[in-house]
Design a protein around this ligand. Structure first.
Ligand code: PLP
Length: 387
């Protein structure tokens, strides 16, 4: 059975070109970049080249990129880094209820330590209203953190408008851009943020490497203490192959991103429209237009997402019920609940995320298989009978 992978938002396969770029750094050029002899310095040089490539992808300067171990670390670094900066006046943060747990759990951690956090409302599509951001600002506000695009339902937030509000108020602005960097164009100057989180494995790079963009002049406390790596901002021996792979992935994304988005958008729309047409009692989650070019998230009534996922897996199709991190949890998605969806509908949600190797045949395969699965599950479901 041919596998159909439609969970690119959970992770992407590492691009063969990326693997090729990484390989020499496991063997010939294995030196520690902090060593002064040539094989260390060769690795150091390659890291600096990778830094330029990552910076170029978001229109930043290379010295504004700090390599981390993941998107999660970047989110933690940005939020705790601002919160614990000594001369920052205030203890209030603003965020949204649809953030990834890397942001939400960090905020909860800070709340337990005396910080207060405003969770902005979102509309039925998951959009934050910039007017609500403005209203939430107090004299104590130190940080606004809103994601660029939501990982579950693909809604793209009005970041430039929020950035303008943050700038006018003189408050630091962080965006979690883990789902957007390498997929839609980003210019840190145009979007107006001070901090931006990236994760390599979401853009065909390796797992276990990420970056935090820190705008020049932003005051931020480091929380990895040790050596002088990353100019003292983040200690620990460099993940050399990972960083080199990240750089190559960023370079490829820059070249291929717009073509890729153009190719995926009609495939996404075909999948959305045909599923809504072919299966009764379904609805699209997330914004119909302001959404990532690769995201399909639908709620299918009277069936559970987990059952659909497992049945799809038996047919060789990998999809998800929500965020990758939530697959071990039986709670309905906090993201979908925040948009006003009932817990029953949230339980019946299914996410397909398309990517570089997705073909129209694969979309047709889902369209052939899923209505059959839903019909079978519904025939056994007491939920539909009681409807
Ligand atoms: N933020 C968002 C929006 C994500 O989708 C993810 C991963 O799914 C993360 C943060 C965490 O990134 P990482 O897997 O690199 O820790």
């Amino acid at each position: 059975m041919k596998k159909v992978y439609l969970d690119y938002a959970a992770t992407t396969p590492t691009h063969p070109e990326v693997v090729k770029a990484m390989l020499p750094y496991f063997t010939e050029a294995f030196g520690n970049p902090s060593s002064i002899y040539s094989c260390g310095q060769q690795a150091k040089g390659a890291i600096e080249e990778a830094r330029v490539k990552v910076a170029d992808l978001i229109g930043a300067r290379d010295e504004e990129i700090v390599f981390t171990s993941s998107g999660t670390e970047s989110d933690n670094f940005a939020i705790k880094g601002v919160a614990f900066t000594k001369d920052i006046k205030g203890n209030h943060l603003i965020t949204s209820p649809i953030e990834h747990d890397a942001v939400l759990e960090t905020c909860k951690f800070l709340e337990r330590r005396g910080f207060s956090v405003t969770y902005l409302p979102v509309d039925k599509y998951g959009l934050v209203d910039p007017g609500d951001v403005k209203k939430a600002i107090t004299t104590k506000t130190i940080l606004i953190s809103v994601m660029h695009a939501n990982n579950e339902m693909g809604t793209v937030e009005p970041i430039a408008e929020i950035g303008k509000i943050a700038k006018e108020a003189g408050i630091y602005f962080h965006i979690d851009a883990v789902q957007t960097v390498g997929h839609i164009p980003i210019s840190v100057d145009e979007l107006g943020m001070d901090l931006l989180s990236i994760s390599a494995h979401k853009l065909y790079g390796p797992k276990g490497v990420g970056a935090l963009f820190i705008k020049k002049g932003t005051k931020l406390v480091s929380f990895m203490h040790g050596g002088e790596q990353e100019r003292g901002r983040r200690a620990s021996t460099y993940n050399v192959p990972g960083i080199i792979g990240f750089g190559r992935a960023a370079e490829l994304a820059r070249q291929e991103m717009s073509e890729e988005a153009e190719r995926l958008t009609p495939l996404r729309d075909k999948l959305i429209n045909s599923l809504l047409e072919r299966i009764e009692y379904t609805r699209l989650n997330g914004h119909p237009q302001q959404r990532l070019p690769n995201n399909v998230n639908i709620s299918i009534d009277f069936v559970e997402g987990e059952s659909m996922c497992l049945s799809l897996d038996l047919e060789g199709i990998c999809a998800s019920t929500g965020s990758a991190c939530a697959t071990s949890s039986l709670e309905p998605s906090h993201v979908l609940l925040a948009t006003g969806l009932s817990p029953e509908r949230a339980y019946g949600s299914l996410r397909f995320t398309l990517g570089k190797w997705t073909t129209e045949e694969e979309i047709d395969q889902v369209l052939e298989v899923l209505p059959r699965i839903v019909a079978k599950l519904r025939a056994m479901s007491p939920l539909l009978k009681n409807h």
